[in-house]
Design a protein around this ligand. Structure first.
Ligand SMILES: Cc1cc2nc3c(=O)[nH]c(=O)nc-3n(C[C@H](O)[C@H](O)[C@H](O)COP(=O)(O)OP(=O)(O)OC[C@H]3O[C@@H](n4cnc5c(N)ncnc54)[C@H](O)[C@@H]3O)c2cc1C
Length: 404
């Protein structure tokens, strides 16, 4: 149902091999099955099991912990391919990737040894939790708290919102207020590594005090669950403060913002993937459908749409790879990650809408893949910072870098 387009590639042999392997997996296992999981809103367990076998949960985790030890650029290429199939699949690995990044960058040796080998195989999956019912963009406004208890542990209380993989994950990297009087507020925030029982709504025993209400019903991005998390007297041992108590208390905001920078490259790659798929579907349909005696692809108005789509996909891909490469080279890439996320998520939405228009009435039918893409694409405008927030980040960084 789609026409393949040759993407501009500048890849190493390893990147080419792994991208081809993932593309084949997507074409054979994800695209033919996505519709069913989407319509049922059910977790794609068999696909996730195969991803574990392919090693896709440990792409960026160092080899010494059982991962592939690949860089962010290669990871972004993989995410683009997965998202070309179905963005919910990239959602299953996205927060996991952010969690492993947090551990690799800030974790203690004990934390790395404890979590990374199980995360590399996908035995446990990670979730990442900042948002609350009243707070999304303005992260410094979170209300959930962690207080030091008499036995040395931390007692976590509060409600979190929109947690991707909230039920199926075995570990949640969660931001809590540890000093509500801190000024500015970000200095009083800490990231806790909270363990839980995967797929259990009410945790008991050592994980008691964490409940997961029924998943939030969404317009798209089905299959992967988004949930609230309710911490009510959850006891977190001191060694589960990210980076250890001494280094980690009060550092949570900075750690999470750092992770969001790579998270934004990841969302940008998802935008490129969904835009690429929309282009492929549009190229196919426009050559098949005839009006006024010729394929609609022969009408100039349709060709212009295809031309704009292809141009935007390439531009978004190049900017995404640039941001990833800068991060891999150890350069500050906050500006570029923001630009990539902004351009690629908007490109995803625009290309999907153009593909939908090209499909005419059939785009509105659940028989056609574009209907799912039309419900999925808007998420990318929101997650990991809305387009307005990206523009704020870009504007601020531009002025910082070019101060007169
Ligand atoms: C399906 C899904 C999955 C998600 N997964 C996760 C997850 O795993 N973990 C997690 O922590 N969060 C997650 N989120 C939450 C997501 O990060 C937030 O929804 C997002 O950051 C926006 O926050 P908000 O929804 O509270 O909107 P708000 O912050 O209330 O913003 C509302 C509107 O106001 C605009 N706005 C806000 N401030 C400004 C400003 N200063 N200037 C101009 N405009 C502004 C915003 O751009 C937006 O248009 C998820 C969300 C969804 C929908």
């Amino acid at each position: 149902m789609a026409v393949e387009t040759a993407a501009y590639t500048e890849q190493t042999d390893i990147q080419r091999d792994i991208t081809e392997m993932v593309r084949q997996f997507v074409d054979e296992q994800i695209i033919p099955n996505a519709e069913q999981y989407d319509h049922e809103d059910s977790f794609p367990e068999p696909i996730v099991e195969q991803m574990k076998e392919l090693g896709l949960f440990g792409v960026t985790i160092p080899e010494e912990y059982g991962g592939m030890g690949l860089d962010l650029t290669t990871y972004a290429m993989i995410v683009e391919e997965l998202s070309r199939g179905w963005i919910s699949i990239s959602g299953v690995v996205n927060t996991h990737f952010i969690g492993s990044y947090l551990l690799m960058k800030f974790g203690t040796d004990e934390q790395k040894d404890h979590f990374l080998p199980k995360m590399a195989t996908g035995e446990i999956r990670a979730a990442f939790s900042l948002s609350e019912p009243e707070v999304g963009s303005d992260v410094q406004g979170i209300k959930a708290t962690a207080k030091k208890a008499g036995d040395g542990s931390w007692e976590l209380n509060g409600q979190k919102m929109w947690v991707t993989n909230g039920l199926g994950s075995g570990v949640v990297f969660v931001l809590m207020k540890t000093d509500p009087k801190a000024e500015p507020p970000y200095r009083g925030m800490t990231c806790f590594i909270t363990e839980k029982e995967p797929w259990r709504e009410v945790n008991e025993g050592e994980h008691a005090g964490l409940t997961i209400p029924p998943k939030i019903k969404k317009m798209g991005y089905k299959g992967v669950e988004s949930t609230e998390l309710v911490y009510d007297g959850y006891s977190c041992p001191p060694e589960r403060v990210l980076g250890g108590e001494e280094a980690g208390v009060g550092q949570g905001f900075v750690q999470m913002m750092d992770a969001l920078e790579v998270g934004r490259v990841n969302v940008a790659a998802r935008g490129v993937g969904i835009a690429q798929r929309a282009l492929e579907l549009a190229l196919r349909y426009s050559q098949e459908r005839k009006t006024f005696g010729k394929p609609i692809a022969q009408h100039q108005a349709i060709q212009f749409k295809l031309a704009d789509m292809a141009t935007k996909v390439e531009a978004a891909r190049l900017l995404t790879r640039k941001a990833a490469r800068m991060k891999d080279a150890g350069e500050r890439s906050d500006l570029e990650a923001g630009m990539a996320k902004l351009l690629a998520s908007e490109t995803g939405k625009e290309c999907v809408e153009e593909c939908f228009r090209i499909h005419g009435g059939y785009g509105y039918s659940k028989e056609y893949e574009i209907e799912r893409l039309y419900r999925d694409a808007p998420l990318l405008l929101i997650g990991e910072g809305t387009s307005e927030i990206q523009r704020m980040v870009i504007g601020k960084k531009l002025l910082q870098r070019h101060k007169i």
